[in-house]
Design a protein around this ligand. Structure first.
Ligand code: DGJ
Length: 368
């Protein structure tokens, strides 16, 4: 029997035309007309679907507006003076080697925290093998602040030079004139001559900014003030959570109180989160235990804190932003974002298989 290529097979319409003795050319014109009208009818619906208020699905693949999976681990968030959010993160590549920096710090931009535009690489690794930020360096947990006095955007990150393992224990600093960069690498150092691995920045009302960093072989967290230009640190520092072995710090503030969320120290493996509160970033800080509640709370829902962001338009509510690392295939690390609720003297984070910022608003009962 003669094989007929599927594309040569007569369409249902053409077959109908033949059986009904309608001109086949007329039928195929009708077919094109129906196809075009169908598309026109569907287009507004497709556009609506692309822009519908998205749901946050913790741990799921999250695509940017360009259709690529978002690649920004160890997140740092900036709400820039342009009113938009900027998500900075470690750009990872496939495999175990992807845990180190081979591309740089990526940046995404959004006005609703749900739909993200890829803005490229804010700080690329250097082609110069002698650079601190050469290909293969460890560049983790990038955080960016806007300095209102200088007008500059300043990025800080945990830096280990290529081939040095985790022995350098430094912070790196880069600066830009626009939120998405390009950032110009300035230098790396140990704040106050102290080791600095996992770190975060916190900008207080009035512009005073702080660096929190795991120091003393990660046994003790330190906090120090940034200089007014945010390019260095002041000399005073405080030792926090002494010998508690905490890392992955994230700091936020509500109604004059400061809150800390961090993790224990188990490499890429998830562990139990720690929460604390204080009336000054420099301490003293009072620990209140694990803020995660419910099933899998002992492993922070298989994630590690990276950032806590105020929930837009909902004073007293925050978004916990964590990483579910995949050290065997670094690029496949996932993002776990969950609503964070103040409660008593502390706060709590509960698991939601999926949730939306709008729903969070509807169900919100202010606790203080
Ligand atoms: C846990 C840290 O939080 C990560 O940023 C990374 O440094 C890994 N340890 C490396 O094992």
């Amino acid at each position: 029997m003669k094989q007929v290529h599927p594309s040569c097979m007569p369409s249902i319409l053409e077959r109908w035309a033949r059986s009904a003795r309608v001109d086949v050319r007329q039928a195929s014109r009708m077919k094109r007309l129906l196809a075009v009208t169908g598309l026109l009818l569907w287009m507004p619906l497709l556009a609506l679907a692309a822009d519908k208020p998205a749901t946050i699905v913790p741990g799921a693949l999250w695509h940017d507006r360009q259709g690529e999976v978002i690649n920004a681990h160890g997140a740092g968030m900036l709400k820039a003076p342009d009113g938009r959010y900027y998500w900075f993160g470690e750009h990872k590549i496939s495999g175990k080697g992807g845990n180190a920096a081979h591309v740089g710090v990526s940046v995404y931009q959004s006005s609703d925290l749900l739909h993200w535009n890829a803005r490229g690489i804010a700080l690329p690794v250097s082609k110069d093998p002698d650079s601190d930020i050469a290909d293969g360096a460890i560049i983790e947990r990038p955080k960016v602040l806007h300095n209102a006095a200088t007008g500059k955007y300043v990025m800080w990150f945990h830096l280990e030079r290529a081939g040095h393992g985790y022995k350098d224990a430094r912070v790196g600093v880069a600066v830009a004139d626009a939120p998405a960069g390009p950032y110009r690498y300035l230098r790396s150092f140990q704040p106050n001559g102290q080791q600095s691995r996992d770190m975060t920045l916190f900008q207080d009302d009035g512009g005073i900014a702080y660096l929190f960093y795991s120091s003393e072989r990660n046994a003790t967290m330190h906090v120090t003030r940034l200089t007014d230009d945010y390019l260095g640190t002041e000399q005073d520092y405080q030792r926090l959570f002494v010998d508690q072995w905490l890392e992955a710090p994230a700091i936020f503030k509500h109604a004059g109180r400061y809150y800390f969320m961090g993790s224990e120290c188990t490499g890429w493996k998830p562990n139990t989160a720690h929460g604390a509160a204080a009336t000054s970033p420099m301490g003293p800080w009072t620990e209140f235990g694990n803020p995660a509640q419910g099933d899998d709370a002992a492993l922070t829902f298989h994630s590690q804190s990276a950032y806590v962001l105020p929930m837009p338009g909902q004073p007293g509510r925050f978004i916990y932003m964590g990483d579910r690392w995949n050290p065997e295939n670094a690029i496949d690390g996932r993002y776990v974002w969950l609503p964070l609720q103040l409660e008593g003297d502390g706060f709590r984070v509960d698991w939601h298989a999926s949730w939306s910022l709008d729903e969070a608003q509807k169900t919100h009962v202010p606790s203080r």
